[in-house]
Write a protein that binds this ligand. Structure first.
Ligand SMILES: [Zn+2]
Ligand SMILES: [Zn+2]
Length: 823
């Protein structure tokens, strides 16, 4: 009887692929086995030829939709046996070989589980035994990456291993006709993890369904509830209560940056925000990200407290992720909730239950301050008033993902739960040759840090960690690095980092390289990083890495590309700070072709927080010291403006030899936009990264098309895009009381027009728009929808974050590029 072996590669574990195959094989009358292996899912089949044919024909349609099969191998086993039928079995996993299967990602509750969770029959009786069980999951949904200890994905290698299934759950697990057949997270109220509500004094108030009901009541009463989601805590408050939102902002240390909300379903979202088809898809996808949407101008049925988004007309919305979120919203009749990352701004996400221990009033149980209970008399010392948590341990903390639809494509703003780790596809020609046997880790940048790695056969981009300003976030970065290396069994021969020598990640790469040459035991007393082979380090220029990330995303790594890398700031190769670059990139080679006209950041980092300083510098450069001195900016002392102008009259310093407070020269597009925002809107201070630029984009009237003038100038060694005519037009428009919405639109169009002029100088090259500035929808769409661009290949942001969150992917691609490749 014929026998074959089929191997499925790709994202094939964690979504019920094996059970689906077992069911199909049984239907087709085939004997055999299926097992997870580190290279994928391996199927062995024995049966009559027509039955095998039927299996092949139905295979792809029988697989769960979350499965992403990238390749299928088939070999003939030619077993001539006529042994009696043995049926079809799911075998224990095979652990040999390097981890080469894609990591399963966390998935939001599926439609079938939602029905079981919430539906009652006409008799008012629950239709399923998991009715009201907040942690319901199945083969197709539930946490995966966040609870996996090691691959392949099996219950024994997850944090579910401590829960012994009850007889009913055990029966489902072995019944091929059950939809929880071989569900590794299978559990119920009787045997699984349990939800509880813990009060601010550390006492458990309620458990199970009652805990959810109590938490809902607390939210209605204006309390802040710490809800343990899939990858960590979320702070939850009623989004319609101004005082509650205000209190959350104060405690979280986030004065103005918009907060995300959770709404019950897509129809409710549509009553609040304008929804394009791609936005609908993103909202209801299994990844369940926060989707950035434009609010409807008319006040609909949902009235959010003004404090949720402040002056921004956009809003970040997500649908309920788990049964727990659904039940909470049901108790609140679908009332909108603020659901934001469970941390203090700047600190890493909290993910371990760590509420105050029970204590008599005014004193801790043991008199020793604990984390989270640091000041007894400060009512704001702890962020949450009570905690809705569970005992399904989170092994890999992961934040909520954020996406935005830009130029018709879903662009990842924050790569996290449901999207990470993201498999990266390197050109097949690269993998066979010089990359064989290599293992490489790319460290990312400083803001929005994330790690990418190559394990010898596959490359992935790990989840968002955070900004590495804060010591606790640096610790989380080290923890994340260690756990990814362990999960993928990587011992790198090269640590790739940003060319900025002072980034935490650059210093760490250097330290790890030096350590590997001398001591085999990792660094210091910190995490146990595997550095037991001689490793090198490799520095990659910031914007080169941005362009390479986009090339990787587009499948352009073997081509020569014109990259438009516009962002905040990155270390240039000429002693200045770059950020408005046009680079010609081919693998490891990168040439600066053009840039924005440089300008001065007076006070260095201070100019980031005080964009009015940039406004003065732009006007000084465009119209001279007299006009700049006469500028009127709300709340800014004219003397302060005069002092900035005096400093602008002196030459700039080399940023490498000076403190961060000194004046530096930059081509940063992000800072340029900040300056225009400060001039036009009178935004003098910035509370968070890119705030002025985001507000500037948000107020623009995008129906206004004609750009202000901008000029392309030939100079040595690079072309310069001269924005001084644009500044002059803005000053005129302000004097003539032109509405800010029109000025903002025409400035965006001017910058887009300038980009197109540069692109036209290189008509044969595909164009990669990258860097944080292209998260600006207005700017990106103004570039791609221009008639000159319609015939060009222009890549816009996609799955790999175009901000520094995707930097590691680009660093990895450059490190693995052949030294020479055909042009
Ligand atoms: Zn499900
Ligand atoms: Zn059970």
């Amino acid at each position: 009887m014929p026998a074959i072996r089929i191997t499925l590669h790709g994202q094939v574990q964690g979504f019920g692929v094996r059970p689906a195959i077992a069911q199909l094989a049984t239907r087709c009358g085939l004997d055999g086995t299926v097992r997870n292996s580190t290279i994928g899912v391996v199927i062995e089949l024995r049966g009559e030829l027509p039955n095998l044919e039927r299996f092949r024909d139905s295979l792809s349609s029988a697989l769960p939709e979350q499965a992403d099969v990238t390749a299928i191998d088939e070999v003939d086993l030619r077993k001539p046996s006529e042994s009696p039928p043995t049926g079809f079995r799911i075998l224990a996993s095979d652990r040999d070989g390097a981890g080469r299967t894609h990591m399963p990602v966390d998935s939001a509750i599926c439609a079938a589980c939602l029905v079981e969770l919430t539906h009652v029959a006409e008799s008012n009786e629950a239709i399923d035994r998991r009715f009201g069980y907040p942690l319901i999951t199945c083969t197709r949904c539930g946490p995966r990456f966040s609870l996996i200890r090691a691959m392949p994905y099996d219950r024994s290698e997850t944090s579910m291993d401590r829960f012994t299934p009850c007889p009913e759950c055990a029966r489902e697990y072995v019944d091929p006709t059950d939809r929880r057949f071989h569900s590794q997270t299978n559990a119920c109220e009787a045997c699984g993890p349990r939800v509880r509500l813990v009060a601010g004094d550390g006492q458990e108030v309620a458990a199970g369904a009652a805990a959810v009901a109590h938490a809902a009541k607390a939210i209605l009463n204006g309390k802040i509830v710490g809800v343990l989601g899939v990858g960590g805590y979320q702070w939850v408050v009623d989004a319609t209560q101004p005082a509650a939102v205000e209190r959350l902002r104060r405690r979280k240390g986030r004065p103005t940056k918009p907060l995300a909300i959770m709404l019950a379903d897509v129809d409710t979202v549509a009553s609040l925000a304008v929804l394009a088809p791609a936005e609908r898809l993103a909202l209801s996808s299994a990844a369940n990200p926060i989707v950035l949407l434009s609010r409807r101008p008319d006040p609909g049925p949902i009235s959010l407290a003004h404090q949720v988004t402040g002056p921004m007309p956009s809003v970040g919305v997500m649908l309920p992720t788990t049964g727990l979120h659904h039940l909470l919203l049901n108790h609140l009749n679908g009332r909108p909730l603020v659901v934001t990352s469970g941390n203090r701004d700047g600190e890493p996400l909290r993910y371990r239950p760590q509420h105050p221990v029970a204590k008599p009033a005014g004193q801790l149980a043991d008199g020793v301050p604990r984390e989270g209970v640091n000041a007894l008399n400060d009512p704001d010392a702890e962020i949450a008033d009570c905690w809705l948590d569970h005992d399904r341990e989170i092994l890999r903390p992961i934040d909520d993902s954020v996406v935005r639809v830009i130029a018709g494509r879903t662009a990842t703003i924050r790569l996290a739960r449901g999207l990470a780790p993201l498999p990266l596809s390197l050109p097949p020609a690269w993998l066979g040759g010089h990359a064989a046997g290599r293992q490489v880790v790319a460290m990312g940048g400083h803001q929005k840090a994330a790690i990418a790695l190559f394990d010898g056969s596959q490359a992935v981009l790990g989840p968002h960690v955070g900004d590495l300003e804060d010591e606790s976030t640096r610790e989380r970065y080290l923890q994340s690095l260690e756990s990814l290396l362990e999960l993928y069994r990587v011992r790198p021969d090269c640590w790739v980092h940003d060319a900025h020598p002072d980034y935490f990640t650059s210093r760490l790469a250097q330290q790890l390289t030096e350590t590997s040459a001398t001591t085999p035991q990792g660094i210091g007393t910190g995490p146990k990083l595997p550095v037991d082979r001689a490793a090198s380090s490799l520095a990659i220029q910031h914007h080169h890495a941005h362009v390479a990330a986009t090339m990787l995303e587009q499948g352009w790594l073997e081509r020569t590309v014109l990259g438009v890398a516009w962002d905040g700031t990155g270390d240039g190769t000429d002693g200045t700070v770059w950020g408005g670059e046009f680079l010609i990139v081919n693998g490891k080679s990168c040439r600066r072709f053009a840039s924005l006209l440089p300008f001065r950041l007076v006070g260095g980092d201070a100019a980031v927080r005080q964009p009015w300083r940039v406004a003065v510098a732009l006007v000084h450069q465009a119209l001279g010291p007299q006009v700049a001195t006469g500028l009127k900016l709300p709340g800014i002392d004219p003397l302060a403006i005069a002092r900035i102008v005096q400093r602008l009259e002196r030459p700039a310093q080399d940023p490498r030899s000076i403190p961060p407070s000194a004046d530096i020269t930059t081509t940063s597009a992000g800072r340029l936009l900040d300056g225009f925002a400060a001039l036009t809107l009178g935004i003098t201070h910035s509370d968070y990264d890119a705030e002025p630029a985001m507000r500037f984009e948000s107020i623009a009237d995008d129906s206004v098309v004609p750009p202000y003038p901008i000029r392309l100038v030939q100079s040595q060694p690079t072309w310069r895009l001269d924005w001084t005519p644009t500044v002059r037009s803005v000053i005129d428009a302000i004097a003539n009381r032109v509405p800010a919405a029109i000025i903002a639109a025409r400035v965006h169009r001017a910058l887009a027009h300038g980009i197109r002029q540069v692109i036209d100088l290189q008509p044969s090259l595909p164009v990669a728009l990258c860097g944080g500035c292209f998260q600006n929808r207005l700017l990106t769409e103004a570039v791609v929808t221009a008639p000159e661009c319609c015939s060009r290949a222009v890549a816009t942001p996609g799955q790999i974050p175009t901000s520094d969150g995707g930097l590691a992917a680009g660093q990895l691609a450059i490190a693995l590029a052949p030294d020479q490749q055909p042009d």
